[in-house]
Design a protein around this ligand. Structure first.
Ligand SMILES: [Mg+2]
Length: 216
């Protein structure tokens, strides 16, 4: 792919723009504790980029726990409540390094930005960290039928930006999101998570190391 053809950027939220990893971990941990399921940070790695429902299925499988659909839905709600309570204190200082600079750079170059996140709370978080106005398209967990690793979230974002996947860079930190981006035909920049280094087109430790001038 020619580096000069980039016309748009699509960002994953968690782990790329902000980190609410610890908030998710503690919320899931309290659910696991309720059922005396052993759940640690390594188990938590497997949940990255997954929908809330799929994450809960994995946790219950870890403890060989079978529950009714009603109880399952109650747990999804409870986990989200614990999580939402814990993220209310997020503010612009919680943006990961290089985020604001890149968003401003994109704006100055008239490169539209979109969000492609599995999180159903994406808009709440974008508001809390005060970057919602930078985004021309916000596709979150409420706007897709198939979560990552399906490409739908990014393909919908591309459509809303009026661009084709090969004109867009996807920024991702999780294996499932990288697969969604690559399968969708996007140029994928991996951010932060060393485990995805081999699966991405370009890897950076943080967005501080990404220079948009090289691509657009
Ligand atoms: Mg992520």
């Amino acid at each position: 792919m020619s580096k000069t053809r980039i016309k748009g950027l699509l960002f994953d939220l968690d782990g790329v723009l902000v980190s609410t990893e610890q908030n998710h971990f503690h919320a899931w941990k309290s659910i696991a504790d309720k059922y005396q399921i052993s759940f640690d940070e390594l188990d938590n790695e497997r949940l990255k980029g997954m929908s809330r429902g799929d994450s809960l299925k994995i946790i219950l499988e870890l403890g060989d726990i079978l529950i009714s659909e009603d109880e399952f839905n109650d747990l999804l709600h409870l986990k989200n409540q614990i999580y939402l309570d814990s993220i209310q204190k997020l503010n612009q200082k919680d943006l990961l390094p290089g985020v604001l600079a890149l968003l401003n750079k994109a704006k100055s170059k008239n490169i539209p930005c979109g969000l492609g996140s599995s999180s159903k709370n994406a808009k709440t978080i974008l508001n809390l960290v005060e970057i919602e106005t930078y985004f021309d398209s916000i596709i979150d967990g409420n706007g897709v039928e198939f979560p990552k690793p399906n490409s739908e979230v990014f393909l919908n974002g591309a459509m809303e930006l009026g661009l084709t996947p090969n004109e867009i860079i996807v920024f991702e930190d999780a294996e499932s999101g990288v697969k969604a981006g690559k399968d969708g035909g996007f140029f994928v920049v991996g951010v932060g998570n060393i485990h995805i280094k081999k699966s991405v087109d370009v890897f950076v430790s943080s967005l501080l190391d990404f220079n948009l001038d090289e691509y657009a």
